[in-house]
Each structure stands twice: as structure tokens, then as C-alpha cells.
Write a protein that binds this ligand. Structure first.
Ligand code: AMP
Length: 247
């Protein structure tokens, strides 16, 4: 299974990709996370991409495609993967397709996780990330068990440097402009799928697994197993209300 998850910053595609790694066994590769690590380690690549990432601007296509393709090792192609935050432009999508075609490992789908902009700003301003392993949390909706500490590795939770309100607005505007041609590209390829991104991440994950089951990407028994919702108490009604407000 080979997927790209598309959608604006804050739509939850990173958390969904992480759940796909934990529960479905697909490798989660995030270009944003990769760049943040390179910047933190002050590598030559980190120095090249730093000014783009810190300002919320897109790293040039040629560089992103080269870095991403170099990470798609044969064992990752065989195991299956979810790319998160890549591709972000039509040019990147075409570059990825060319690289996968030469490896005879085409994408199964491009999954667009759809959320209204008001929700994205709220999500991004409340987002906290683990400084060690990159796991995502949220001040209101996904709190860690111990305040300020990651549930998985105990690392310190921090605000991402590009999650300030002005940079968030800039990132959303850049994404809006690039999204239309990108979605049109996958629509034409006949592999575009949409998932409603409103609600708790576990609710959205269930919608995604339903899609995986319907399309036959997962065996029916495995898909049914993954459909069990693991919402914390009190969230189900909240999610239904959010969806009603939207519709
Ligand atoms: P993200 O964590 O996906 O929001 O990415 C954080 C930042 O990394 C973005 O604002 C860009 O500066 C850079 N970045 C990540 N993925 C890409 C990409 N596919 N193309 C260009 N820049 C990217």
C-alpha cells in the first residue's frame, strides 16, 4: 500500500499517517519532520532549508523531490508507506510519480483530508510537538498524560517555530494556492480520495479505515478490526456536534 496524504497544515494528516504506521504497519514519512530534524542537527541540508521552513515558505521542488526520493528505499517500497506533507505542488507530484514508475511501485491513492480553515487555525495554535520524537499533541483535544511531556518517549513538548499566528496564515495561503492544481493532478490520474477531517483524530482514522476496507487495500477482517473507535469518554457527542455545525 502506497499513499500520499494531502491537505492543509493542521488538517490532521500527520497524526493519521502516524496511526497508519502504528496500527497498519505502513512507514510514515513526513518531509516537515525530516527538515526539522536536519535543521536541529545543523546538517548541510538543514542549513539549506532552514530559511524556508522558519518562514513557512515552500522548499524548492527540485530539492524536496530529490531528498524524498532518496529516502524511498526498496524495503520501504515493499512494506508500504504514507507520505505526509509531500507532494505539496503539481511539480512534486509529477516528480514522485516518475520516481515510483521507474521502481514499478505506483501510488495506490492520494487521500485528501478536508477541514474548514477556522478549524485549522484553532488546531495549529494549540498544537504542541515532542522535541525528541516529533509526536503531535493539542492543548485542548489531545493532551499528554503528563503535562509538557511526550507519552511515547518522555521528551519535552514545544511549540513549533512556524506555528505562530502570522506564519500559520501565510502557510495556509501558500497551501490554498498550490492545492487546486495538485488535487486536479490526482483527480486526472483517477486516484484521488477524500476523507472528512472534522472531529477527534480517532473518528477520522475510522473514516480512513472504512475507505481502506471499501477499496480493498486492507483485508476485510483487518479493516473491521481497525474500525473500532478508541475515543476518550465524552468526545463522540462533541464530534457529531462539530459535523452538524459544518453541514
Ligand atoms: P509541515 O510539517 O508539513 O507543515 O512542513 C513544515 C515546513 O517544511 C513547510 O512550511 C515548508 O517550509 C517545509 N516543507 C515540508 N514539506 C514540504 C514540501 N513537500 N515542499 C516544500 N516545502 C516543504
Amino acid at each position: 500500500m502506497r499513499f500520499v496524504f494531502l491537505g492543509p497544515p493542521g488538517t490532521g494528516k500527520g497524526s493519521l499517517a502516524w496511526l497508519c504506521e502504528q496500527r497498519v504497519g505502513l512507514r510514515h514519512i513526513s518531509t516537515g519532520e525530516m527538515f526539522r530534524q536536519e535543521i536541529a542537527q545543523r546538517t548541510p541540508l538543514g542549513r539549506r532549508v532552514q530559511r524556508y521552513v522558519m518562514n513557512g515558505r515552500l522548499v524548492p521542488n527540485a530539492l524536496v523531490v530529490k531528498v524524498m526520493v532518496s529516502r524511498l528505499a526498496p524495503e520501504i517500497l515493499a512494506k508500504g508507506f504514507v507520505l505526509d506533507g509531500f507532494p505539496r505542488t503539481r511539480g512534486q507530484a509529477a516528480g514522485l510519480d516518475r520516481a515510483l514508475a521507474t521502481r514499478r511501485a505506483p501510488l495506490d491513492a492520494a487521500v485528501y483530508v478536508d477541514s474548514p480553515e477556522s478549524l485549522l487555525v484553532r488546531r495549529l495554535t494549540g498544537r504542541r510537538v515532542c522535541s525528541r520524537c516529533g509526536a503531535n499533541y493539542h492543548l485542548r483535544t489531545m493532551r499528554p498524560k503528563r503535562p509538557g511531556r511526550c507519552d511515547h518517549c518522555g521528551g519535552r513538548l514545544i511549540v513549533r517555530k512556524d506555528d505562530g499566528v502570522d506564519t500559520i496564515k501565510k502557510r495556509l495561503a501558500i497551501d490554498r494556492k498550490a492545492a487546486t492544481p495538485l488535487l486536479a493532478y490526482y483527480q486526472r490520474r483517477g486516484i484521488l480520495e477524500r476523507v472528512n477531517g472534522i472531529g477527534h483524530i480517532e473518528t477520522v482514522f475510522v473514516r480512513l479505515m472504512r475507505l481502506f476496507g471499501q477499496r480493498g487495500w486492507l483485508p476485510p477482517a483487518r479493516a473491521a478490526q481497525l474500525l473500532r473507535v478508541r475515543l476518550p469518554a465524552g468526545r463522540q457527542g462533541h464530534d457529531r456536534a462539530q459535523n452538524r455545525r459544518r453541514n
